[in-house]
Design a protein around this ligand. Structure first.
Ligand code: UTP
Length: 407
């Protein structure tokens, strides 16, 4: 893109201010700025103002998930099918490690956080240990894709290298950087992070598959014949990854997607709830739950919508490819973002800008079918979200100890 083209397109979208400092820049910086402009997705601008629109939750019904008892009754059959798929190389895993981990208040990649007490045990190491439990049973390693962000990629890659990939075969680990969206001031003007750089920020965990495709790593999926991807969050240190029983259950019940769920501890628990909506599986985030979904109980006093998602999903790759053109809704996060104003770098004390994120929970309905698969939260759900209190380092340590992990 040249200067004239950039000027034209920016004018069309009311964003000419991005070229305010162009005249001051040397040739390489001019090029960087024009490259950035060519990557802007201007459609996000129209989302501003719509963030207040309350999403009406209607036409919902409870989902019939596989309970712990049902899974136990069919365990051998599910496990055999899962092991068969894993041994034939049809399953890969995707670690979502592009988040900022703001609540933990740790400014390095979250996976490098040490949850050990008497020894070093980083979150990444614990997750790889969980994977190795499965690869030991399978007798083979599977491909592990690790999604990072522009903010934490270099540090994450260097960390894995420095730890010799925790003895996982290096050629089976593939890093990729998630895509970004421009950052918009509340006045609908895109921000500059430097005089020659447009401010971009990671596009949320819903970008995991499109970013994988844009990075070219889908070639590995095609070449290796990978048909299923188990995606999982960086923070649940107890989760079983590429769990053969989960994979087998999803495949044998002919679902295109599977979601590991836990029974909620209380109506207010901060987890998205798996349900049916307009006849399709869907997840309603905890902050959007209407009262009847959060608190509704049946005659036995049990929650009607009891299943919370744990951010451990299995997706069928063929179906993902078929719906790759989907338009996931943007969720707007209002944040204080450092930027250039009147030629100076400004660090605002209050939120001044919007970041645009898509969420993996919004992908579930595109898959049309989804198996809710209950897991025992004491054995499989220990998210490290906060420093202390609920879903914190303390609670995760306690659960790890209960499961025999030496800290
Ligand atoms: P969270 O919603 O917990 O966000 O991410 P976070 O950024 O890690 O933490 P907070 O909210 O700032 O405290 C759930 C999972 O999605 C990944 C995270 O790394 C985590 O595994 N994620 C989140 C991404 O990969 N990319 C994103 O843009 C956001």
């Amino acid at each position: 893109m040249n200067y004239e083209q950039a000027k034209k397109i920016l004018k069309e979208h009311g964003q000419e201010h991005l070229l305010d400092y162009y005249g001051e820049l040397d040739a390489p910086k001019k090029k960087m700025l024009l490259d950035d402009v060519s990557k802007i997705n201007f459609s996000v601008i129209d989302c501003i103002g719509k963030e207040q629109e309350k999403k009406e939750i209607k036409n919902v019904a409870p989902v019939s998930a596989k309970s712990l008892e049902e899974i136990q009754a069919n365990r051998a059959e599910y496990e055999a099918e899962g092991l068969r798929l894993l041994r034939s190389g049809k399953v890969g895993a995707v670690l979502l490690a592009g988040g900022q981990g703001t609540r933990l208040g740790y400014d390095k990649p979250k996976g490098t956080f040490n949850i050990g007490v008497t020894r070093e045990l980083t979150i990444f190491e614990q997750l790889i240990d969980n994977i190795k439990n499965v690869t030991d049973a399978v007798g083979a390693y599977f491909h592990l894709f690790i999604m990072t962000s522009v903010v934490n990629n270099d540090e994450t890659v260097a960390f894995f290298k420095s730890k010799n990939y925790f003895s996982y075969p290096k050629e089976k680990i593939h890093f990729y950087i998630q895509d970004t969206e421009p950052v918009l001031g509340t006045d609908r003007k895109i921000l500059l992070s430097e005089k020659h750089r447009v401010a971009f920020s990671p596009n949320g965990n819903g970008g995991w598959y499109s970013s994988l495709v844009n990075s070219g790593l889908n070639k590995i999926l095609e070449k290796e014949g990978i048909e299923w991807l188990n995606i999982f969050s960086v923070d649940n240190v107890l989760q079983r990854i590429c769990d053969p029983v989960f994979i087998g259950a999803t495949s044998l019940t002919r679902n295109f997607c599977g979601a590991k769920v836990v029974k909620k501890t209380c109506p207010e628990e901060r987890v998205g709830v798996l349900c049916m909506r307009d006849g399709k599986p869907d997840v309603v985030e905890y902050y959007e739950l209407p009262e009847y979904m959060a608190n509704g109980r049946n005659d036995s006093g049990e929650l009607i919508y009891p299943y919370g998602v744990t951010l451990n999903y299995l997706f069928n790759v063929h179906v993902l490819n078929a719906v790759i053109a989907w338009k996931l809704p943007y969720h707007l996060a209002k944040k204080a973002v450092e930027h250039i104003e009147n030629g100076e770098k400004v660090t605002p004390a209050v939120p001044n800008a919007y970041k645009f994120e898509t969420l993996v929970v919004d992908m579930v309905r595109f898959m049309c079918t989804c198996l809710g698969f209950e897991v025992d939260r004491k054995k499989e759900f220990a998210p490290v979200k906060n420093k202390t209190g609920v879903d914190s380092v303390d609670t995760a340590r306690e659960l790890l100890r209960l499961n025999g992990v030496e800290l």
